[in-house]
Design a binder for this molecule. Structure first.
Ligand SMILES: [Zn+2]
Length: 135
């Protein structure tokens, strides 16, 4: 369900871009997926395909997806670090982070000062990086 909701959001943004730029056709888009979103790409692609079916501007549309690493920034000391899911945390913790990013505050702390007060700088959302279209 998560994938479908995201696909819908991406497509409505793309439709808006198409309208705003006055494109007749949208041939492709480059999307960055934050690692913390834990998206099943297969499901996501399928959802995008289904949702763009029979929609004229999306005829022949291709999607490029790239993962973006998660960068965290400590609010206490300003330290920035890249969080990797291969680090030694129990599996069920990782699931919690993927599902609700806010939960990560319970499990992760700043490697420099130990504070749990940090923000997620990168790797959290879904970004449309570029769009290829025909005017
Ligand atoms: Zn810190």
């Amino acid at each position: 369900m998560h994938e479908w909701a995201l696909a819908e959001a991406v497509i409505s943004s793309l439709s808006e871009i198409t309208r705003k730029k006055g494109l007749r056709k949208i041939k492709g888009a480059y999307i960055l997926l934050g690692e913390m979103q834990n998206i099943d790409r297969k499901v996501f692609r399928f959802a995008v395909r289904e949702l763009t079916k029979n929609k004229k501007p999306f005829d022949g549309f291709t999607l490029n997806i790239k993962n973006e690493k998660t960068t965290l920034k400590c609010r206490s000391c300003g330290n920035e670090w890249t969080f990797s899911f291969s680090s030694k945390m129990p599996e069920d913790y990782l699931e919690a982070i993927h599902f609700i990013p806010e939960v990560s505050h319970v499990y992760i702390k700043c490697p420099k000062c130990g504070s749990r007060d940090f923000e997620i700088v990168k790797g959290r959302g879904v970004w449309i990086k570029s769009v290829k279209g025909v005017r």
